[in-house]
Ligand binder design. Structure first.
Ligand SMILES: Cc1ncc(COP(=O)(O)O)c(C=O)c1O
Length: 471
């Protein structure tokens, strides 16, 4: 009508779902949110892994709450500025696209809003967590006494493992306590030491051999040096899949060493642990079954939406002995231990729901296919690279790092920065780790959308980058 401003219909979304009836407005809202998410996925390859622009909507709540249409528009603005892991050129980090069934499980998890703190706040989900942890422990070959707990990320799993190890060694509060790990271990190990109230020199970094794995000779001499100095070593942290190159420490030798020296063996398998789920690929990470504790991050290669990490221990009682304080404001557990007594986190979401549903969606065949695909892409790319031109550092897993041969550190740094930029212009995103005081470009081949054409282009551009650098 001329002269009268068009008013958009205002659909008011009730802030809480009705307990009496199915709310059609809520249903429409969720359907529209899903439609926009599907559109975001469907357009992934039309943009790059990184957004061109990122405009944020207003942050503070307005006086009047927003309508459902306005909420969705604001949500879309944030989505447009997000990193896009589904782009086939997203090869920089250990963050693959999410499994589709797990996306639904995450939504349902929010809707259920159960709390893994206590069984009465999450009756079915507490049982699911316990059973799923046992299933993972079985896959790893841990003993019947084993169990675990979900955690919000691998850093937290590593921290909890070391807290348990120290407690079992009777060294709580002892400033002389020491942990040994390789110099290629993830930074979260040092963070854990700090959170545990220990000085930085309570973490002894053991040198690695040329292949990026911990040197057993150096480990032995570090241990005896520390003991001679009166330090009390309580754990070795091994890495099954190092962050810079995917190297796997020799778990058979380490477990023998730790047994002989009465040390706790924690295996940070945040990257490599997924391979234990495939009978044909489990050998890549070696004898993980001998570990006292293991960190797994299904949020990495398996594609479970973040966060999804598990801490598994060979003896589940160690978790309770370490963390249980009693929960005096809760009913006693009816058979299961309260989830809040098994680790550091109190209230926590049922992250196992998306892990369980994602694995059910894949099935064993899907899991095998995912792992094989990542390894095949890694071999394919590596075969395209000329080893007379590049230093390639890797391990047996799905990531490799490369740097030009025969150049000094400064040149390697400028090459890595300019090549990363020019690859980004071609929608190929790599990361740039500083490893052994030299910059590399790292390629993580866990993205199932990456094809041989993308890898051919990547190899060609890497080759050309050397010509540009020499001009
Ligand atoms: C080997 C390793 N361990 C632990 C972590 C920490 O995991 P999160 O980022 O989930 O805390 C990472 C992260 O990349 C890692 O590469």
């Amino acid at each position: 009508m001329a002269g009268i401003a068009q008013i958009k219909p205002v659909t008011s979304l009730a802030p809480f779902a009705s307990p009496d009836d199915v709310d059609p407005t809520l249903q429409l809202f969720l359907e529209e949110a899903n439609a926009r998410l599907c559109k975001w996925f469907g357009h992934a390859s039309k943009r790059g892994p990184l957004p061109l622009v990122s405009v944020l909507p207003e942050v503070a709540p307005a006086m009047r709450g927003l309508t459902s249409g306005e909420l969705l528009d604001e949500l879309e603005l944030v989505m447009e500025g997000a990193y896009q892991p589904s782009h086939p050129g997203a090869l920089a980090h250990l963050d693959p696209p999410p499994l589709t069934a797990s996306i639904a499980a995450d939504l349902i998890c929010s809707g259920l809003n159960n709390n893994l703190l206590a069984e009465e706040l999450s009756p079915s989900l507490s049982r699911l967590e316990k059973k799923l942890c046992s299933w993972f422990a079985d896959c790893l070959g841990l003993p019947a006494s084993s169990g675990g707990v979900a955690a919000s990320g691998g850093s937290l799993s590593n921290l909890m493992a070391l807290v348990v190890a120290r407690s079992q060694a009777g060294l709580r509060g002892d400033p002389n306590a020491v942990v040994l790990t390789s110099c290629d271990a993830h930074v979260s190990v040092l963070k854990a030491i700090r959170v545990m109230g220990l000085a930085d020199d309570s973490l002894e970094f053991v040198p690695t051999d040329d292949d990026g794995t911990i040197s057993m000779d150096a480990l032995e001499s570090c241990l005896s040096g520390l003991r001679n100095a009166g330090r009390k070593c309580f754990a070795v942290v091994a890495t099954a899949g190092s962050t810079a190159r995917g190297a796997v420490d020799p778990l058979d030798k380490l477990s023998e060493f730790c047994r002989k020296e009465a040390l706790w063996l924690h295996v940070d398998a945040a990257i490599g642990g997924a391979f234990a789920l495939s009978p044909k690929k489990a050998h890549l990470i070696g004898e993980i079954s001998k570990a006292d504790s293991v960190t797994l991050n299904p949020q990495k290669l398996l594609g479970i939406p973040k966060t999804s990490s598990l801490l598994l221990v060979a003896d589940r009682d160690h978790l309770l002995n370490t963390f249980s304080t009693g929960l005096p404001y809760m009913e006693p557990p009816g058979g299961l231990s309260h989830g809040g007594e098994l680790g550091l986190q109190g209230s926590r979401p049922a992250e196992v729901l998306k892990l369980w549903l994602g694995l059910r969606q894949l099935g064993q065949e899907g899991i095998n296919h995912l792992l094989d695909g990542a390894l095949n892409r890694r071999s394919y790319l590596q075969n395209q690279l000329d080893i007379s031109q590049f230093n390639i550092v890797s391990g047996p897993l799905h990531l490799i790092s490369v740097t030009p041969k025969g150049v000094d550190r400064d040149k390697a740094q400028s090459w890595s920065a300019s090549t990363r930029d020019s690859l980004l212009k071609n929608n190929l995103m790599l990361s740039r780790p500083l490893y052994r005081e030299r910059y590399y470009l790292k390629v993580v081949l866990g993205n199932p959308h990456t094809t041989t054409e993308h890898l051919d282009l990547l190899a060609t551009l890497l080759k050309e980058s050397l010509l540009e650098e020499s001009h």
